[in-house]
Design a protein around this ligand. Structure first.
Ligand code: FES
Ligand SMILES: [Fe+2]
Length: 400
């Protein structure tokens, strides 16, 4: 996933395989372990915004598929990322989801760590006669701040830096001054009883908008267009339709929407979505920026997570518009949850013969292509025998 300055080919070919990933891949637990390793642990993950940890000692914790992350602002105001894992017995060194501390004190036996992760000292040091403190600091993780968003990567993977990855959208997103925004609420999470790929499949196409999202349809009309994933990122464009809006929230939102002064005209009256392979989206409206993402808990259970950030200064109209845009979006999120359930349950029905995708769903195909490139076993239509998935995938990858 490199060479990001070359023009993006976003065209849909005349002939393409419209079938999607095989059904077995939505409920195979051996595959899930490969997905965790090859995708979730080795691709950049958006954890929070820098304003979530705005002062020294503030922290956010989050678990990516059982691997624990701690984001903390140190005494030099630098944001750092560590494994939230005590070097003594592995306890979480910070138990809360967010908070502020003056030192990192493990709640199990009381080992104390400095904000740079180094071990200040164990409790009852005389009970560790040979402990070399230099060898027992918290493990640091790759961390990159991009437009104010804090990205972490557990293991090195195929992606370049976030900056390079997002280069095609750098200029457009710079207008929003995302790095100056502040939280409009807490980071939210909810679970859904589906495979994580069903969540992404639904989000990667707007073909369903006219039927399934009446409020969004009222907002955009036909001014909606999905670009496919190219080199690990995608974009969806949506402009407000010229109509007044049938729904109360849409009608009032269109009337109240007052873009910040720094936003150029071409970005007024538009909502845009930027996909980051494999599992995240940054979405912008004139009033706010949000991220949302999904993480597998099991083959049948997914954690949905996201947060909204607003301009630091907003007038009453902008605040109301933000409230309404959020209300419209919340309807769409709830509707999408239902769609993911319908899509996912089909994967367990023996009579289902797989997707047959429209040209307007090419975004799904491009995401699946990215997945197949990293996990080639996803191109097998028939489910591999038990205990063969890992080795078979390895062999296919070696030949790829
Ligand atoms: S596990 Fe952290 S001090 Fe014992
Ligand atoms: Fe949707």
């Amino acid at each position: 996933m490199n060479k990001l300055n070359v023009p993006r080919d976003i065209s849909v070919p005349k002939v393409w395989d419209r079938t999607g990933l095989p059904s077995w891949s939505y409920h195979n637990s051996e595959l899930l372990e490969i997905e965790k390793e090859s995708l979730f642990y080795s691709h950049w993950q958006l954890i929070c915004h820098q304003s979530d940890v705005s002062s020294i000692g503030e922290y956010i914790t989050f678990d990516i598929c059982k691997e624990r992350i701690l984001i903390l602002r140190d005494d030099k105001k630098v944001i750092r990322a560590f494994n939230n894992l005590c070097r003594h017995r592995g306890s979480r060194v910070v138990a809360d989801r967010k908070g502020k501390c003056s030192a990192i004190v493990c709640p199990f036996h009381g080992w104390v760590y400095n904000f740079d992760g180094s071990l200040r000292g164990p409790a009852k040091p005389s009970s560790f006669p040979k402990l070399d403190k230099n060898k027992f600091g918290l493990k640091r993780l790759d961390c990159e701040i991009w437009n104010g968003f804090v990205f972490v990567r557990l293991n090195k993977g195929p992606q370049p830096s976030v900056k390079e990855l997002m280069m095609p959208f750098e200029e457009e997103l710079s207008y929003y001054k995302i790095e100056e925004m502040v939280p409009a609420g807490d980071i939210w999470t909810q679970t859904s009883n589906v495979n994580w790929k069903s969540v992404r499949d639904v989000d990667n196409e707007g073909y369903h908008v006219p039927m399934a999202h009446p409020s969004l349809q009222d907002l955009y009309g036909n001014n909606y267009f999905d670009e496919p994933f190219v080199n690990g990122t995608s974009k969806t464009h949506a402009k407000f339709s010229g109509k007044a809006g049938r729904y109360w929230s849409v009608r009032n939102y269109k009337n109240l929407s007052t873009p910040a002064k720094h936003l150029p005209k071409k970005l007024h009256k538009s909502w845009n979505y930027f996909g980051i392979f494999p599992n995240a989206v940054i979405a912008v409206t004139p009033e706010l920026v949000q991220f949302y993402q999904e993480f597998p808990i099991s083959t049948k259970l997914t954690l949905l997570r996201g947060a909204i950030y607003r301009h630091k200064k907003e007038n009453r109209k902008q605040k109301l518009a933000r409230y309404l845009s959020n209300r419209i979006d919340q309807h769409a999120i709830d509707e999408d949850v239902q769609l993911t359930i319908w899509s996912n349950e089909a994967m367990e029905a023996k009579s289902f013969e797989g997707f047959f995708l429209s040209d307007l769903e090419y975004g799904i195909k491009s995401h699946h292509d990215h997945l197949r490139k990293i996990i080639p076993i996803l191109s097998l239509n028939k489910e591999p025998d038990t205990n063969t998935v890992y080795n078979l995938n390895k062999e296919m990858k070696a030949k790829f």
